[in-house]
Design a protein around this ligand. Sequence first.
Ligand SMILES: Nc1ncnc2c1ncn2[C@@H]1O[C@H](COP(=O)(O)OP(=O)(O)OP(=O)(O)O)[C@@H](O)[C@H]1O
Length: 380
Amino acid sequence: MKSLGSIRRDFAPWNDPNAKPYIQFDNVTKKFGDFTAVNNLSLTIFEREFFALLGASGCGKSTLLRMLAGFEEPTAGRILLDGQDLRGIPPYRRPVNMMFQSYALFPHMTVENNIAFGLKQEGMPKPDIEKRVAEMLKLVKLEQFAKRKPHQLSGGQRQRVALARSVAKRPKVLLLDEPLGALDKKLREETQFELMDLQQELGLTFVVVTHDQEEAMTMADRIAIMDKGEVMQVATPAEVYEAPASRFVAHFVGNVNMFEGKVAERSANTTRITGASGAQIVVENGGAVAAPNADIVFAIRPEKIKVSSKKPADAVNAMEGEVYDVAYLGDMTVYHIRLDDGQIVRASALNAARVTEDPLTWNDRAWVSFRPDAGVVLAR
Ligand SMILES: Nc1ncnc2c1ncn2[C@@H]1O[C@H](COP(=O)(O)OP(=O)(O)OP(=O)(O)O)[C@@H](O)[C@H]1O
């Protein structure tokens, strides 16, 4: 399959066999008593990468971050930073800083004193502190708020103070645990872009923990999808979405339709699948190699499926059914079509025009169709 690179910028050291890893988790296991929170996990992160750990609550993502910061030690395995084994190095000696949520700001201190706090503790000379704080205020665009206290700021502004405080000491790696969790949706989205700009400007390596897939997809160069202490896939957002490696990943990120079936025939680029009800699906360049007769699932995203009242003349893959549900969401319309074999298919169509030519409504007969390269074949 053609590689889907990082869209955001021309940065893909993971595709370069000569690139030196910056952070390495090397067969890391973490047990709490007899509970295994992280299970023999290996992972490589590159310098200046914006890396996201994504997974449901309890999958071990925070534990991974805390081990990198030095708040926990692995039960087994090694963590290396720039080639150096971090075992035994206390948190304050690691070139790593953790950004805590904005409620961890000191409420009685002004913005500038909050930012200066860590620098004072480090014994930095006063003029240098002043210079650094001014730089940080400028970076997060809070120059005119320097003398305010946290309660005199909006949620987004407080978040920026927390960020300025955590990068003031110029760590090489910034760890962010649900950094935008306290913000409302709109502010979150704005702040995501600010974080990305800042990371580029500072040239830092960011490792962010989130359970919000959209947030990870928006910000990260690569995402590690975790489940039960293990990594299920590490890839760019586009790869995770368009070429999920497993059913778990396909389900976890975005909406997906799954057709169960068997491989009927396989050639260099094409797989012919027979579905449970006998329907045929032709797949081109569709991911995993599966032997003839193997039980597989075909996974396809809703926006890759076209809904129409008549069978499209040129469709390689088309199935007939009935409109079961229609949801108008403004920017798009989501259809649920019940195929004649009973399976419900979700299809979404962008509402590019204000009026649809071929409007479909409840109980109409309808066709769903898709291109042979619109989905992937996964092991069952
Ligand atoms: N100090 C501890 N003692 C015992 N169990 C722990 C400890 N810290 C974490 N765990 C357990 O390890 C598992 C992973 O926890 P972790 O905080 O890494 O999850 P997470 O993926 O970050 O989840 P969340 O999104 O809810 O923070 C959880 O089941 C948790 O209960």
